[in-house]
Design a protein around this ligand. Sequence first.
Ligand SMILES: [Zn+2]
Length: 89
Amino acid sequence: MRNTIFSKAIELQDKLEETGSGQNKEHFEFKFKNEDKNILVTLEIEDNRTTINCTCLHSTLNGDALCSYQLAVLFLKFKQSLRKLKKRW
Ligand SMILES: [Zn+2]
């Protein structure tokens, strides 16, 4: 199977940790055993504007392009909001 950005984002769920949140900002971290540098993702939601930043090499080189780490964070947020919706019903 080809390793797509989606399958990689799903695999990354295990490494993903929510490390803190401010007023509009949420911080996430991917922890890897064999690497000394963890990947950090910041999600900022302000009114209608959503900004997502990542410290991985791909994001550093490609600027606005969505990477698998950012997508993994979005998957997590999506799962969390689905859970909240279920509770309300
Ligand atoms: Zn990235």
